[in-house]
Design a protein. Structure first.
Length: 108
């Protein structure tokens, strides 16, 4: 097994601002950021209340769709992104994976 050395910072590709610049317009930037991520050990009904409060902020966000697309593309495991909770995103991604598997099995 061949190991490669990690890239030095100078050798890593630069961030492309157009990939993340939309975040600067997020409604979440002016509110309580703690609403979007659960504290350790949080249980129901506190979790649902916090998620609904975060989703209310997302509902009026000008970059809701960009945020949602980003979270799904990178399979973001934590927090409320684009109005979707962790559970909602995992269900969407699981559905995508089932579709891909079904399509792969039917094509082969």
């Amino acid at each position: 097994m061949t190991q490669t050395a990690p890239l030095r910072i100078a050798d890593r590709p630069a961030a492309i601002s157009s990939d993340w610049e939309w975040q600067l317009d997020g409604a979440c930037r002016s509110g309580d950021g703690d609403l979007f991520f659960h504290p350790y050990g949080e249980r129901e009904p506190s979790r649902s209340r916090r998620e609904r409060a975060a989703q209310a902020i997302c509902a009026r966000c000008p970059v809701l769709l960009e945020c949602r697309a980003y979270a799904l593309a990178v399979e973001e495991p934590y927090g409320v992104w684009g109005g979707l909770t962790e559970t909602a995103r995992s269900e969407i991604l699981a559905g995508r994976n089932r579709y891909r598997l079904r399509r792969h099995v039917n094509v082969s």
